[in-house]
Write a protein that binds this ligand. Structure first.
Ligand SMILES: Cc1cc2nc3c(=O)[nH]c(=O)nc-3n(C[C@H](O)[C@H](O)[C@H](O)COP(=O)(O)OP(=O)(O)OC[C@H]3O[C@@H](n4cnc5c(N)ncnc54)[C@H](O)[C@@H]3O)c2cc1C
Length: 394
């Protein structure tokens, strides 16, 4: 299959040749023609002003929808559920209601049955439980084997997991074995009401655009989401559900990797993930010592200090404080952005904050578009005044 050319409409302008990354087009006389190597990326279709190029209709027969609903991987560590599992159940509930299908949590581990009621209270209709000694500690091979086997036994329509080090390590294996697609680090989901497909949105091209990705020709549709991007539901302890406990004989075989011990790394940790107030600084702070102002304000408000990549790259503050696409994702109750322009790569890491205050001397700074309260002015005038006022009020 290759691109369709309407020769009558082609003017031979050659623009499509310039955008084809695969050298799959050529001019024959004054008309474009396709050579080998067209992968139907559609770049030439988008650039043709004359409507001479189009993508062929997808003739792949639609697969029938699997009947076991939406699955959330219920990540747990040492018998405690990761917050992202509860956040995904909140989002999963919304999607399941839109698709009118059940929502299930998949709980893998050893002696973790006690977590089932919490999963039901968070929105799960069903909990698939695989309890096995091989799953006591996280290892990619047995976790991938368990989730793959479950998905073959009870095929789901969608699988969502946290983009944590656990999810990132084994979910791609599961997608590869199930021969389906996976969209990593999604920031939003929706449902295509006509085709009942999951619309998976994530930043692309360095965060400059938000791309919506579909998995139209295979099931399950799989995606990962960073912690703190989705909102969990208030727990409903009266919710009832089913437990489906599954014994997977395959988990008793030897795996190539073995758990030996956990070695905890002791580092200076910044509790950005848990902070209810974050005071963040950017290039507008101008030098490292100005971050003391942010620390003082954060201390007064019982919060933590965050930073943009520009401030981290300048060496003013360590990477542990970086918020954004290549840093942490946070969602505090209050986010105070000081001298931060509001680049897309920063916004993806903090735009779910409940209340955003922006201080910037440029009234056109993009951060003001998402701020609940914008202060146009010099951060070195506003921050000391704010600190003084808070101290005076105590
Ligand atoms: C692949 C990729 C990943 C990235 N990942 C991240 C990421 O994780 N996190 C991140 O933050 N960025 C990331 N970036 C960088 C991002 O594109 C921006 O360059 C960066 O966020 C800009 O930081 P800034 O707002 O501090 O600096 P600037 O964009 O330079 O903004 C500084 C702002 O300070 C204001 N200002 C200056 N002086 C004052 C003053 N005295 N008082 C008040 N306001 C003042 C200016 O008006 C300006 O708006 C990434 C980029 C790429 C390409």
């Amino acid at each position: 299959m290759s691109i369709i050319i309407e020769s009558d409409l082609c003017t031979g302008c050659g623009q499509c040749l310039e955008v084809c990354l695969f050298d799959a087009l050529e001019l024959v006389g004054d008309k474009v023609a396709v050579k080998d190597g067209c992968n139907l990326c559609g770049a030439c279709v988008a650039v043709c002003e004359y409507g001479a190029l189009s993508l062929p209709e997808d003739e792949t027969p639609a697969l029938s929808r699997p009947s076991h609903g939406i699955w959330i991987f219920a990540e747990q560590r040492r018998g405690r559920l990761s917050p992202v599992a509860l956040e995904l159940l909140g989002e999963g509930r919304r999607l399941a209601e839109a698709l009118k299908i059940p929502l299930a949590a998949v709980l893998l581990g050893h002696q973790v049955r006690d977590l089932v009621p919490e999963l039901m209270a968070a929105g799960a209709d069903t909990v698939y439980l695989v309890d096995h000694p091989s799953l006591a500690q996280f290892l990619e091979e047995p976790y991938a084997a368990a989730l793959t086997a479950l998905a073959r036994l009870h095929p789901p329509e969608i699988i969502l997991a946290g983009a944590t080090y656990v999810g990132r390590a084994f979910i791609p294996r599961v997608a590869a074995v199930l021969d389906t697609g996976l969209t990593a680090d999604c920031t939003a989901f929706d449902i295509d009401p006509e085709k009942n497909l999951l619309l998976q949105t994530r930043p692309a091209f360095g965060g400059n655009i938000m791309a919506t990705i579909l998995t139209p020709r295979s099931y399950p549709q799989m995606a990962t989401v960073r912690p703190r991007v989705m909102k969990k539901l208030p727990p409903d302890n009266g919710r009832q559900g089913n437990i489906i406990e599954i014994d997977l004989a395959d988990l008793s075989r030897p795996f190539r990797s073995r758990f030996l011990e956990t070695v905890s790394e002791i580092t200076e940790t910044v509790p950005l993930g848990e902070a209810e107030v974050i005071v963040a600084g950017g290039r507008g702070l101008q030098e490292a010592k100005q971050f003391r102002l942010l620390e003082e304000l954060a201390d007064l408000l019982g919060g933590a200090v965050g930073a943009t990549r520009a401030a981290v790259d300048a060496g003013w503050i360590s990477y542990q404080h970086q918020i954004g696409q290549t840093g942490k994702t946070v969602a505090p109750k209050l986010y105070i952005a000081c001298g931060i322009s509001g680049a897309a790569q920063h916004l993806v890491g903090m735009q779910s904050s409940d209340y955003i205050i922006a201080i910037n001397q440029d009234p056109q700074a993009p951060i003001f578009q998402i701020a609940d309260l914008g202060l146009v002015g010099n951060v070195f005038d506003i921050l000391p005044a704010l600190i003084q006022q808070i101290k005076a009020n105590r």
